[in-house]
Design a protein around this ligand. Structure first.
Ligand code: SF4
Length: 61
């Protein structure tokens, strides 16, 4: 399982704060998800980041 950040990110930084192993704010000021498989140890914080996104642009792929 992986995550992606769709268009519409407002760069609030919440996902990075919740799950920095996967999400980071790029040079353009929007979030990106690292292209890594989400391990079971990361699954909980990744899901929390997805649920906590105020504009709902994080998606599981
Ligand atoms: S929580 Fe959502 S809006 Fe905020 S930086 Fe992450 S993807 Fe963007």
């Amino acid at each position: 399982m992986k995550y992606t950040v769709n268009e519409g990110c407002i760069g609030c930084g919440a996902c990075e704060a919740t799950c920095p192993e996967i999400f980071f704010i790029n040079d353009e000021g929007v979030a990106e998800a690292r292209d890594i498989d989400v391990t079971s140890e990361l699954a909980e914080s990744a899901e929390e980041a997805m649920d906590g996104c105020p504009v709902g642009v994080i998606e599981q792929i």
